[in-house]
Every structure is written in structure tokens, then in C-alpha cells.
Write a protein that binds this ligand. Sequence first.
Ligand SMILES: C[S@@+](CC[C@H](N)C(=O)[O-])C[C@H]1O[C@@H](n2cnc3c(N)ncnc32)[C@H](O)[C@@H]1O
Length: 240
Amino acid sequence: MRFRPRNHREDNPEIFAQLVKNNPYMALVYDYPELLLPHPTPENFQQLWSVKKRAVSDAHSVKSHVEIGCGSGRYLIELAKQNPQDLFLGLELRYKRLVFAAKKIKQQNISNILLMRERGEFIDEYLPLNSIDCLHINFPDPWSKKSRRKNRILSADFLNRMHPYFCSGAELRFKTDHLEYFETVTGILQELDNFKIVEHTTDLHRSDFNGNNILTEFELLFKSKGNPPIGYLSAKPLNK
Ligand SMILES: C[S@@+](CC[C@H](N)C(=O)[O-])C[C@H]1O[C@@H](n2cnc3c(N)ncnc32)[C@H](O)[C@@H]1O
């Protein structure tokens, strides 16, 4: 079993009280039990995900989207509003961003999003094989230093591990302002024989793909600060 973050709120309230003094959002993440799992397990995830699924539709064919590193939820919320028939799962590590996202989702009465505090690398512990219709990864931490690049979420190993979890006809969407990271992921996808790039640009905002683009929080910030080129690609998992 891999290490799961300790639940100090339940196991050690004194330590929890100290931590909350430094970061009040560590307590606020518990205010949204209907849409945010601060300590997800495959069991509590499955329970809430099924509730969300039933709320969206009785049909089996609900599409599932996953966003890794959803930040304060701008992109996920907009996408969920545009696709009320689909289900959306947002993974994020930072407490404050999770609380901001949950607050907006609740205020806007959006019922097709579930958030959890979890690392994207572990998504395969929660979802069954052949279940992801679209995996969105927007502006992931670039780990620019060469010695740290092994920490990047998008690697050949991660993509190969994720491949069985995609449905037939599924999609991976990735955008970043870090063009070296973008070129590296492009190269990895070109070398893998189980993915095919179907959309690709190194300057999203000045490309034909911009019309359907939903801005993330980071993207908005970049736009206001000189609008540097953004790499965007969409890839299809093959043999599904
Ligand atoms: C640069 S920010 C981008 C946030 C958002 N996608 C946007 O574009 O505005 C990267 C986000 O990924 C989250 N993150 C970093 N590593 C992660 C991981 N392994 N799993 C899930 N989220 C992660 C960070 O906490 C941060 O909020």
C-alpha cells in the first residue's frame, strides 16, 4: 500500500489545530462534503461519484472527464457548465485552491463536479479500466530544472499506465506555457505507438483552436502579462 496523507483532523486534533492556525483552508476543505473529498479513498470516492453520476443521468453512457491540477476550478467549472450531461473530477493538492473551487461550484449550484485532494499519479486507484473519456492537464508544474524533470506528471511511464483507463474514442488534452515541456511531451507521444496526436499548436491563442479554448486561471494571468505562446495538444489513445 502506498503512503496516504495522514488525517490529523481525526487522528490528532491538537496537531490539526496547529496546522489550521497556519493554513485555515486546511479546515475549510471539510465544508463541502457533497462535492469535495479532502481524504479520498477508493470507497468514499466511489460512493460520491455514483451519487453524482445518478444526478447527471440514469443512463450508463455518462462521459467522465478528469482534470489533474484543477487549481481554483475556472476551467473545470466552465467545461462542466458547457457539458451538463457529463461528469467531471478535479484533482488538486493545494487546500486554498480546492476551497476556492468548491465555493464557486456550490454558489453556482453545479452538480456534475467532484473534487478531491489527491495526486494525479494515483487516479488509477479510483477509476475502473476503460472509464475516462477525457483527461485534461493544464499548465502542470513544469519542474524546469533538469534534475527535477523526473517529477513531471506527463511522462512516457504515466501515459502508458493511463492508457488502459481511457475509453474508446477518448482524448488527452494538454496545454502549457512551458514550451520545452510541451516539446518533450509531443516527442514522447510521437514515440508511443498507443497514442496519436490529433491537434497541436505551439501558439494556442493565435491558432484555429482558440475558438473553443477555455481559459484557466494561470492562462488568464499569462494573458494579462504579455500573452506568451501557449502550447496545446490533443491526443487519442489508440487500440481501444
Ligand atoms: C501551475 S498550476 C495550474 C493550475 C490550473 N491548471 C491553471 O491552469 O490555472 C499547477 C497546479 O497543479 C497542482 N498540482 C501539482 N502537482 C500535482 C499532482 N501531482 N496532482 C494534482 N495536482 C497537482 C498544483 O497544486 C497547482 O494548483
